[in-house]
Design a binder for this molecule. Structure first.
Ligand SMILES: NC(=O)c1ccc[n+]([C@@H]2O[C@H](COP(=O)([O-])OP(=O)(O)OC[C@H]3O[C@@H](n4cnc5c(N)ncnc54)[C@H](OP(=O)(O)O)[C@@H]3O)[C@@H](O)[C@H]2O)c1
Length: 165
């Protein structure tokens, strides 16, 4: 099992605010879709609410502390903490593959950073206003193993970090 973050982060570490994404970068959305297609994805309840529906062709797992949380859509698995969400995703690897993706938001990324093996981090080289931040990636804990630079519609880079062992 490989546990991964996939996240887009502005130069000032902003990832969102007001329950929305501050940018529209089609190539990054395509990267997200292709990486997570057919896989298990774990998200916080606020991120699930902001998307508004389960993402198709993926095992959607939502984390909430609300014991009575009922998602407004079918085909969504609800778990009471991140560990239970990961355990459930692990039990489904024969169907959804060995890589499990944590797709946000800020609270869930922060709490699960110590657990992850890989971070797919799209760094947008521009500051954006927002209140939700991604934590600093420590270079002593993670090694940058891949970088692909892009220019449209704003300068950004696809970065892959792997946990140092
Ligand atoms: N740039 C990106 O790549 C990216 C990706 C995803 C999201 N985002 C943005 O991030 C923002 C949302 O992030 P956020 O930090 O506000 O919210 P979030 O992390 O999506 O969700 C927080 C919610 O998750 C539940 N939760 C958190 N920790 C938990 C735990 N240990 N056990 C059980 N449940 C737990 C709680 O739900 P209950 O309140 O129901 O208990 C909490 O209110 C939005 O603006 C979104 O657009 C950006």
């Amino acid at each position: 099992m490989i546990l991964s973050h996939i996240v887009a982060v502005a130069k000032n570490d902003v990832i969102g605010g007001n329950n929305t994404l501050p940018w529209d970068i089609p190539e990054d959305m395509k990267f997200f879709r292709e990486k997570t297609k057919g896989k298990a994805i774990i998200m916080g309840r606020k991120t699930f609410d902001s998307v508004g529906h389960p993402l198709p062709q993926r095992l959607n797992i939502v984390v909430t502390r609300q014991a009575d949380f009922k998602p407004a859509a079918p085909n969504v698995v609800v778990r009471p903490n991140i560990e239970a969400a990961v355990e459930y995703a692990k039990s489904q690897t024969s169907k959804y593959g060995e890589e499990i993706f944590i797709i946000g938001g800020g609270e869930i990324y922060k709490q699960s950073l110590p657990m992850v093996d890989v971070i797919y981090l799209t760094r947008i080289h521009k500051e954006f206003p927002g209140t939700v931040l991604y934590p600093k990636v420590s270079p002593t804990e993670f090694e940058l193993v891949e970088q692909r630079d892009r220019t449209e519609p704003v300068p950004f880079s696809f970065l892959t970090y792997m946990r140092r062992r």
